[in-house]
Design a protein around this ligand. Sequence first.
Ligand code: 7PJ
Length: 279
Amino acid sequence: MILDCAGKQLDLSRPKVMGILNVTPDSFSDGGDFISPVIAISHAEQMLLDGADIIDVGGESTRPGADAVSEQEELDRVIPVVEAITSRLSTIVSIDTSKPVVMREAAAAGAGLINDVLALQAPGAVMAAQELEVPICLMHMQGWPRTMQKDPVYGDVVSDISEFFEQRVANCLSAGILRERLILDPGFGFGKTLEHNLTLLAGLDGFRELGLPLLVGISRKSMIGTILNDAPADERLYGSVAAAVLALERGASILRVHDVKPTVDALKIVNAVRFGVNG
Ligand code: 7PJ
């Protein structure tokens, strides 16, 4: 399956790696290191050298308990960075946002993929995505970032999320968005207990029957830290890579990660086993 990301091809016949470029001052795992476009570019460049296929630019922190960011503030953070990357580097830029205005301006600046943790549920978001004609990642979240970790409840976590996906996909299709443009993400850590997250990862192949590519973001998340005796974010690398491999084995097509080189190495091993060393 090949997705057209604003003129750049994303071939998902082999899994791809999406490198995270946070331009938030309060992001828990990189402490706001990447605010200025100059620093952002050099980080993006390094991730591409390390083998990333997509750079995911995000200016709205969605970590548990985070405050909302104003439209203008988010635009000010991300648009110069998207512009700087798309004008200098030949890569697919994805925009991690839920705001229609940010989707539009980022696409105008060259972004080729929308990554929305609200799965286009914000007012006007479906219409913006429909107009922009780029692929869209629909992520599942239970509740809202401020309170989502309070007391998340599911019947069966995989089937509840599948049902959510079916509704969101139907909504997109009825707005004229092509099915071929959709990517699904169960949203690890977004309104899920550790047990929910583990059940989700174990049962990730249950989403394959929806027939759409799966994006998975587990990198450095608290589910890794908790299992590793409350390891801080900068000590979650090996756990994150293990989780990425488990996700690949269960059919993930895109891995959203902070640590690109180690993940790309792990992916090379998986591909060699699947397709042979020369495959
Ligand atoms: C995700 C995301 C994720 C997608 C964040 C963090 C929190 N987008 N944005 N999936 N997580 N699609 O990176 O820890 O899991 S922000």
